[in-house]
Design a protein around this ligand. Structure first.
Ligand code: KG4
Ligand code: ZN
Length: 333
């Protein structure tokens, strides 16, 4: 019955979670509103904000779980990928706790943990499964044959799906992060009112940079005719952009499922919080006889519960690190 305390600090959320024998007892997330006014995450401000919030966040996670630090059997942190200054705060803090209590350290790959967020709920996929992982920095189709046996079989050649949402939102004058706002406006818009092209990329890879350019030109041309075009059509424009991003993602996922013959399908990562992606994924699953799995919203965007569940499987596998380990901005899969 290992009790694990996990820390996630790869970008602009400070999070801590306690997990006992694979069950999440707490998952505290503190977001950093300071980046809103800059239109994106400012790395130096992010690491400073992590330093401020890490102690209260860990305290709260322990209190909710009803344990003290001496009850922790292993300490885990996100090692990579992410912003190096932010990662280092989590790494150093976790290592200090492990040193003070003489307990093992477990390092976790952020993208692998997004996939394993699907193993937190009671209703979880059997192996093998495919996971479409869509976040602010990555877009991947992952073949998962066991909790620690994963392979990326498709990825974005340029922007990630989250970036496609955020950059489109910026073009529409919406604040960062724009993904949730596009989702909100799209709810009252007409999908396919405006047509944006689907890129023709071979295999299971994605590309979103062309979409961004076509949105830029589309807005420029429409605003020449009507300078209030965006304000007057915000719902339909958001719905059309969102639908194009969602259809690019699901078309590739369908292709991957056909190629591999796998029927257990999952989505994960911040963009999997998108209401239309969740709905369209379920519908496609029904049509194609998939067993579909989507993590609850709090485990989609960055959170330490996904780090804790990954650490739990690494604990069972005896995969520990020593005090010489550190964070790294990039990591091999
Ligand atoms: O996984 P995540 O929390 O952080 C990274 O590891 O990158 O993903 C953040 C991304 C952002 O691009 C954000 O705009 C997007 O997830 N996102 C959404 C929604 N909620 C978060 N995109 C579309 N619709 C949403 N509801
Ligand atoms: Zn993430």
């Amino acid at each position: 019955m290992p009790t694990i305390l996990a820390i996630e600090s790869s970008c602009d959320d400070t999070s801590a979670s306690v997990c006992r024998d694979g069950e999440i007892l707490s998952n505290v997330i503190s977001t950093q509103p300071i980046h809103k006014k800059y239109g994106g995450v400012v790395p130096e401000l992010a690491s400073r904000a992590h330093i401020k919030s890490i102690v209260p966040v860990v305290d709260e996670a322990l209190t909710i779980a009803g344990i003290g630090l001496p009850a922790v059997d292993a300490f885990a942190f996100t090692q990579a990928p992410g912003l190096i200054g932010s990662l280092l705060v989590g790494a150093q803090f976790t290592k200090s706790m492990a040193l003070a209590f003489d307990k093992p350290i477990i390092t976790v790959h952020h993208m692998q943990s997004h996939v394993l967020a699907n193993l937190i709920p009671q209703h979880k996929p059997g192996f093998p499964f495919l996971c479409l992982t869509v976040s602010g920095g990555h877009t991947q189709i992952v073949l998962c044959e066991g909790p620690l046996q994963m392979k990326v079989i498709g990825h974005s050649l340029d922007d990630a799906a989250g970036e496609a949402f955020d950059k489109s939102a910026k073009l529409l004058g919406l604040p960062y992060p724009g993904g949730p706002l596009i989702d909100k406006y799209a709810a009252n818009g007409i999908y396919e009112k405006f047509k944006f092209p689907e890129p023709n990329i071979e295999g299971l890879n994605f590309s979103f940079s062309g979409l961004k350019t076509s949105i830029l030109y589309f807005i420029r041309d429409e605003e020449k005719k009507n300078k209030n075009f965006v304000q007057e059509n915000i719902h339909d424009v958001c719905a059309s952009i969102q639908w194009r991003i969602v259809s690019i993602l699901l078309n590739k996922l369908e292709k991957a499922a056909k190629q591999t013959g796998i029927k257990n399908l999952c989505i994960a990562g911040g963009v999997s919080a998108n209401s239309q992606l969740r709905q369209a994924f379920e519908q496609l699953g029904k049509k194609l006889n998939w067993r579909t799995f989507i993590p609850p919203l709090e485990y989609c965007t960055d959170n330490a519960a996904m780090i804790a569940i990954t650490a739990y499987y690494k604990y069972l596998a005896g995969d520990f690190a020593d005090l010489s380990v550190s964070a790294s901005a990039r990591a091999e899969w």
